[in-house]
Design a protein around this ligand. Structure first.
Ligand code: GLP
Length: 243
């Protein structure tokens, strides 16, 4: 694993944004896998700025988001689709037809997950997958437990994950949907390259276990050890337990 440690969250975000801009300059039709979460906000802010200065072009890029809440429509302000519109899509030249999202209100959620897998395959697979890490070690919405699912699937969210996402629902964890749809761990590991970002001391323990600990379904991020091209972008606090 290629580990890069930065002095501040801003520098970490700027480096990830530049990495994406460079990848797009090399391959304009790059298929990107995109995350949500507070960690990604700085990266999207930097990408918006790079775009405004003509330093990144999304005209031929394709995007697949990692996950979405079940039971709320894309236009709901708490949806990940709305999050992406607010923080990135509304501000850059990524064509709307190149934006792929799981639909949390599809009539048949299992069929929706299969549709997504097929769409990813039809696009030739994800080239570069950006990832955050949940405070419980989840990746996308692949929650810790006795088993992990390989393909895109429906998940029941951990209570800690509902609390972590409460900000999207007026700070009320009870309003966070109980279920979500997420790319599976196999879907994620099939990407050409993975970039894991983590910021803050809150993530240090999980980052250490993900990198150095045994591979375990109880820490989904540890499965990244199985991928041959993982880059970690950490600020000093998130890297605090790495020696
Ligand atoms: C959500 C997303 C994850 C993301 C996580 C981290 O749970 N489903 O993909 O990694 O948030 O969130 P934050 O960056 O806010 O800590």
């Amino acid at each position: 694993m290629d580990i890069r440690i930065f002095d501040s969250p801003d520098q970490t975000a700027a480096a990830v944004a530049q990495r994406v801009a460079d990848a797009l300059a090399c391959e304009p039709s790059l298929v990107l896998g995109l995350p949500t979460g507070r960690t990604s906000i700085g990266v999207y802010e930097q990408l918006r700025e790079l775009h405004a200065r003509g330093r990144v072009d999304f005209a031929r890029a394709v995007a697949f988001n990692l996950d979405e809440f079940a039971g709320i429509p894309p236009a709901h302000p708490g949806s990940f689709r709305s999050f992406m519109d607010r923080h990135l899509f509304a501000h850059v030249n990524l064509p709307p037809t190149h934006i792929h999202f799981l639909n949390g209100v599809a009539e048949d959620l299992d069929a929706e997950c299969e549709r997504y897998e097929t769409a990813i395959e039809a696009a030739g697979g994800v080239d570069l997958q950006l990832l955050g890490i949940g405070s419980n070690g989840h990746i996308g919405f692949n929650e810790p437990g006795d088993e992990l699912t390989a393909r895109t699937h429906r998940v029941r969210l951990a209570e800690s994950t509902r609390r972590d996402n409460a900000a999207l629902f007026d700070g009320d964890p009870a309003r966070v949907p109980r279920e979500a749809l997420s790319m599976g761990m196999g879907t994620i590991l099939k990407a050409g390259g993975l970039i894991l970002m983590a910021i803050g001391a809150r993530k240090a323990h999980c980052v250490e276990r993900a990198l150095r600990g045994p591979i375990s379904t109880h820490l989904p991020a540890s499965f990244l050890q199985l991928h041959r091209r993982v880059e970690l972008y950490l600020d000093r606090d998130a890297a605090g337990r790495l020696t």
